[in-house]
Design a protein around this ligand. Structure first.
Ligand SMILES: [Zn+2]
Length: 85
């Protein structure tokens, strides 16, 4: 391999690196934005409950967290919670 071919190969690798870096940075920023949206939605709904207030706490042995897919906003909500959309 002469010097010209070597430089060409190195430049190709550099272009590949830049392209990969740009697409990965774009993906990271999209995922961060998505995560931010989920976090915000969770903050809005985590303390909401349609259940009446109780004088005495009543614990449950049911460890299953039930979710349902909302027909209004197409997201998952905890069972028995309202959609705010
Ligand atoms: Zn909803």
């Amino acid at each position: 391999m002469n010097e010209g071919e070597y430089l060409e190969t190195v430049n190709d690798l550099k272009e590949q690196y830049i392209t990969m870096k740009e697409s990965l940075l774009l993906r990271i920023s999209m995922l961060e934005e998505k995560q931010q949206t989920f976090r915000y939605q969770f903050t809005l709904t985590q303390f909401e409950s349609p259940r009446p207030l109780a004088q005495v706490p009543c614990y449950t042995s049911n460890m299953v967290i039930s979710m349902y897919k909302c027909r209004i906003c197409n997201h998952w909500h905890p069972k028995y919670s309202y959609c705010l959309s």
